[in-house]
Design a binder for this molecule. Structure first.
Ligand SMILES: Cc1cc2nc3c(=O)[nH]c(=O)nc-3n(C[C@H](O)[C@H](O)[C@H](O)COP(=O)(O)O)c2cc1C
Length: 344
């Protein structure tokens, strides 16, 4: 979960308890990513994974479109005391070959990615070094494309999931809005590699359900945001703990890509004033609204904050990761044994 929420301590606790902690490298430069990896290696007693964003080239928006969005976002910046932006803050996407060089040098052996597929040469580099590679899919078609590219496992990300949708990278497909319950078994039937269920899984019932659907593992995000080791702001944690699932929505207004987070004034106002086509493509919209969102989050000002969350809000718990992991295991065993007893 990119964005400064995941701490080495959180990863270490997940990994120590038998899970696979994942260090997010999205939004980071190569130097920042390396620093985060070294800090995590220094603490982690076991292997952890890293997660990458695969950025595809974008068509540059027109000057008129940029000016309209800039003026709109500046209005909101001023209202919380931020100065106007004269242009969209720049961002240079890390060179993927250099990033992979660094990951291999640091001994990273488990990599997942989202938003696309690594190119053939880059996949081959990882496979030759025996790196375990996982991609994110929101449709069976995307899962098949990841399998064909050589991934060892596919994360099937359902509509319920918090954060960005990882799909939309297969030509002619806009990315799916398919719920986890429908997506996972169809993915399991179509693929020959393990499927990792993701989206709305918050407790042992969710884990047992995913296993019953044929998943080999689950990927959980929101459940960890409210943990003691998470660096999510107190506003973010309270929003998850105190709000129902229907408070979240899927919107592209924050970053230019569909993301599930809490609906706020920025979402409703933007939707009223602009169409999807007026928004800038990712990462430009992200760069444009980034400081507004993070300052609002720090100030406890929900209306402009971008607080990602899945739909399982009422199932969240504010506890230490070690405790959560122990409870998840216990709950899963109880649900699975209840199934067994009911069948007798
Ligand atoms: C705050 C947040 C940040 C996320 N960032 C990433 C990311 O950097 N890379 C990624 O592959 N998925 C990311 N995701 C999506 C998760 O990997 C996962 O699919 C999702 O959390 C599962 O749904 P759940 O939140 O209902 O458990 C993020 C999710 C959240 C909530």
């Amino acid at each position: 979960m990119a964005g400064g929420i995941i701490t080495p301590a959180l990863i270490n606790e997940v990994t120590k308890s038998g899970g696979l902690g994942s260090l997010p490298l999205g939004y980071l430069s190569i130097a920042e990513a390396q620093e985060a990896i070294c800090k995590t290696i220094a603490l982690a007693s076991k292997q952890f994974a890293v997660n990458l964003f695969i950025q595809s080239p974008i068509a540059p928006p027109s000057k008129k479109q940029v000016a309209a969005m800039l003026a709109y976002v500046n209005q909101h910046r001023l209202s919380i005391g931020l100065p106007s932006l004269l242009e969209i803050p720049s961002w240079v996407e890390p060179d993927m070959d250099e990033l992979l060089d660094m990951l291999l040098k640091e001994g990273i052996s488990i990599i997942s990615f989202t938003f696309g597929i690594l190119s053939h040469n880059k996949m081959q580099r990882l496979l030759e070094k025996d790196v375990f590679v996982m991609g994110t899919a929101t449709t069976v078609q995307e899962g098949l494309a990841l399998e064909a590219a050589g991934c060892h496992a596919v994360i099937a990300q359902g509509y319920e999931a918090g954060g960005h949708r990882g799909g939309g990278f297969v030509a002619g497909q806009s990315g799916g809005l398919i719920g986890t319950l429908a997506l996972v078994p169809q993915m399991v039937d179509a693929l020959h590699i393990p499927v990792i269920a993701s989206g709305g899984i918050m407790d042992g019932r969710g884990i047992a359900a995913a296993l019953a659907l044929g998943a080999s593992a689950v990927q959980m995000g929101t459940a960890f945001l409210t943990c003691e080791e998470s660096h999510a702001s107190s506003l973010h944690k309270h929003m998850i703990m105190d709000n129902p699932a229907e408070s979240t929505c899927l919107t592209s207004i924050f970053t230019g890509k569909p993301v599930r987070g809490f609906k706020n004034e920025l979402v409703t106002m933007t939707e009223k004033n602009f169409s999807e086509d007026d928004l800038l493509p990712y990462p430009l919209q992200h760069q444009l609204t980034k400081e507004l969102r993070s300052s609002a989050n720090k100030l406890g000002h929900l209306e402009y904050a971008g607080l990602w969350s899945g739909q399982g809000t009422r199932l969240s718990r504010s506890i230490a990761v070690e405790h959560l992991m122990a409870i998840l295991e216990k709950e899963t065993v109880v649900v699975l044994s209840q199934f067994k007893n009911n069948l007798r």
